[in-house]
Design a protein around this ligand. Structure first.
Ligand code: 6PG
Length: 469
């Protein structure tokens, strides 16, 4: 019996994707470098036994696949992906397709496309979001590659994806690295979302002196309003959890040093390369980096003091609105990065579709994304800050963001992401900025020239004579 699709890499994500495929009535063959994992997977497939097969021997695994063959790779991003491709290549033939479902850097995806070019073996780079649960019961899937390859894999990928009101959260987004690029920006936004929630938690904990349980109640309440989202929901759960050993709130015993695997950083790097402001994402990445310097921060507090505690005067309503305003700025930046990347790469990224396939399955799923998809659906500019529905929200909430950032400054609480969001907003709505001075300085020391407000053309001053030297 032949499998509809193959899957290489039985880590938690791979295993769950394979079960998801089998659950949707497709036959899936699996392979893993450590053969024991294959045996264990097949032995534990339970009800899905008839839809799974596999081998710890690569050629045998390949022989189980229906032609043209589709092979999903779900291994650690980076070199392991290249190794698997190198091993698969001699066993595959014209018309077959390799689908990289990991969190690849899109530059690697572009390189892999060109390396497979001319071999007749196709390639798709797909972003898969939703963590373990998503992989098992329906992730959001962002597809990049040739449309012909997509058509071969479309039925399976659509079937296993999350559904929002019956609509599949899986779409073809563009050629080459488009899918992995969009997944990277998804994660960048995820970083900003998480960091802003963290900053608000910091104000509750250190500024207002609230217990984790009290904070949890507030997040549970917020999850019924405009902030309704998976990340707000799990924030409530995390804050409510008790440590089994000590009986303390679990968050109080977790080390305040965040890990990061790279996608947030890549988002910021790509934004910088594209010349698009993504300061909320940069702020979130920087916050994780400084969080990891625990020892230095401990010394810093010894030197400068702990800062005022429990002295903030800010309402919970203001915190909720500030988080909404910050979110608008972060998503405006993330979508602006995608719009520019789309232009530069000729991807023609469907922004409304991206918002749609992020409404369910992925980590940043939220009511907010439904509003974004509606805004893009009705046309208008790429920057959310000019979309009518968001203009109203921002007008209503930016005052709260301002109050919260001011409260943080006065109470010595770091808020890198919320303050970046506010600075972005204030810069975005300032018709006359201050880089007229920068241009003057550049012209002064480097004869870089400048444009004038009142005349067309390029101008340059002879500065020494102007200042009387
Ligand atoms: C998702 C997540 C997932 C993962 C990343 C980010 O969309 O399902 O973003 O891809 O959590 O690895 O992780 P780091 O925080 O470790 O960079």
């Amino acid at each position: 019996e032949e499998a509809d699709i193959g899957l290489v890499g039985l880590g938690v994500m791979g295993e769950n994707l394979a079960l998801n495929i089998a659950d949707n009535g497709y036959k899936v063959a699996v392979y893993n470098r450590t053969a024991d994992k294959v045996d264990a997977f097949l032995a534990n497939a339970g009800d899905l036994k008839s839809n799974v097969m596999g081998s710890g021997e690569l050629a045998t695994f390949i022989s189980m696949l229906k032609r043209p063959r589709s092979v999903i790779i779900m291994v650690k991003a980076g070199d392991p992906v290249d190794q698997v491709i190198a091993e698969l290549k001699p066993l595959l033939e014209e018309g077959d397709v390799i689908i990289d479902a990991g969190n690849a850097n899109y530059h690697d995806t572009v390189r892999r496309f060109s390396e497979l070019d001319g071999t007749g073996i196709g390639f798709l780079g797909i972003g898969v979001s939703g963590g373990e649960e998503g992989a098992r019961h329906g992730p959001s899937i962002m597809v990049g590659g040739s449309e012909a390859q997509w058509e071969n894999a479309e039925a399976v990928l659509t079937a296993i994806s999350a559904k929002f009101n019956g609509e599949a959260c899986c779409a073809y987004l563009g050629t080459g690295g488009a899918g992995h690029f969009v997944k990277t920006i998804h994660n960048g936004i995820e970083y900003a979302d998480m960091q802003m929630i963290g900053e608000i938690y910091g104000i509750m904990r250190d500024g207002l002196g609230m217990s984790p349980e009290d904070c949890a109640k507030v997040f549970e309440e917020w999850n019924k309003g405009p902030l309704d989202s998976y990340l707000i929901e799990i924030t409530g759960h995390v804050l409510n959890a008790k440590d089994e050993g000590t009986g303390k709130p679990l968050v109080d015993v977790i080390l305040d040093a965040a890990g990061q695997k790279g996608t947030g950083r890549w988002s910021a790097i790509e934004a910088l390369n594209l010349g698009v402001s993504a300061t909320t994402i940069e702020g979130a990445v920087a916050a994780r980096s400084i969080s990891a310097m625990k020892d230095e921060r401990v010394r810093g507090e010894e030197i400068y003091g702990a800062g005022v505690k429990g002295n903030a005067t800010i309402s919970l309503e203001a915190l909720e609105k500030a988080l909404l305003a910050g979110k608008i700025a972060a998503y405006a930046q993330g979508f602006a990065v995608m719009a520019k990347a789309s232009e530069d790469n000729g991807w023609n990224l469907p922004l409304a579709t991206i918002a749609k396939i992020w409404r369910a399955g992925c980590i940043i799923r939220s009511r907010f994304l439904d509003q974004i998809s509606q805004a893009f659906d009705s046309g208008g500019a790429a920057n959310l800050l000019t979309q009518p529905a968001f203009v109203d929200m921002m007008k209503d909430s930016n005052g709260a963001l301002r109050a919260v950032v001011a409260t943080c400054a006065i109470n010595e609480l770091p808020a890198p992401c919320l303050s970046s969001a506010l600075a972005y907003f204030d810069a975005y709505r300032q018709a006359r900025g201050t880089t007229n001075l920068t241009q003057g300085q550049r012209d002064f020391f480097g004869a870089h020239g400048f444009k004038r407000l009142d005349k067309d053309g390029d101008f340059h001053h002879t500065w020494p004579s102007l200042i009387g030297q």
